[in-house]
Design a protein. Structure first.
Length: 159
């Protein structure tokens, strides 16, 4: 038993202390997605996050607007799901690349939102339909501002 425990401890230490593996573990932030139990596009968005290296936990809640209000999401920015990651709120179909940039830069905002459900945004892909252009809005106590612009999953250059 002792040799097995020692092996497991040494294996865990070597994984965490190995620079490449440690970076890989650190690059997988945990994100909790709260969604209505009947929403399929929310599940597709969670799949987009997983495909981009996020460790996703999904919580189903038929009273999601209560959570949005509690977390300080402005009602004009409401969408179909709300997520929490490292102290930030993510509202709607925000692309994973924008969330990663938020986590890297850590600006003084409460979170990011993509209001509505733009066609082509992650989880809202519609085959044969052109992608919408849309904005990712940063929000918080200081108000709202454009964090990024996208067409589908592709970020557009800053204007």
């Amino acid at each position: 038993m002792n040799s097995r425990r020692t092996f497991l401890v040494l294996a865990a230490v070597s994984i965490v202390s190995h620079p490449i593996l440690a970076r890989s573990l650190a690059a997988s932030p945990g994100i909790t997605v709260t969604k209505d139990p009947n929403c399929g596009c929310c599940t597709a968005w969670a799949d987009h996050l997983r495909a981009n290296g996020f460790a996703v936990t999904v919580v189903e809640d038929g009273q999601i607007n209560r959570l949005k209000a509690k977390l300080g999401v402005p009602s004009a920015l409401f969408s179909c799901h709300t997520a929490e990651v490292e102290g930030f709120v993510i509202e709607g179909h925000v692309p994973a690349s924008a969330i990663r940039r938020l986590l890297e830069q850590r600006p003084s905002v409460r979170g990011l939102a993509v209001p509505g459900m733009p066609v082509g945004s992650p989880g809202m892909e519609v085959e044969g339909t052109p992608n919408d252009r849309y904005e990712v809005i940063a929000f918080g106590p200081s108000g709202q501002s454009v964090f990024a612009r996208f067409e589908g999953k592709n970020e557009l250059p800053a204007s």
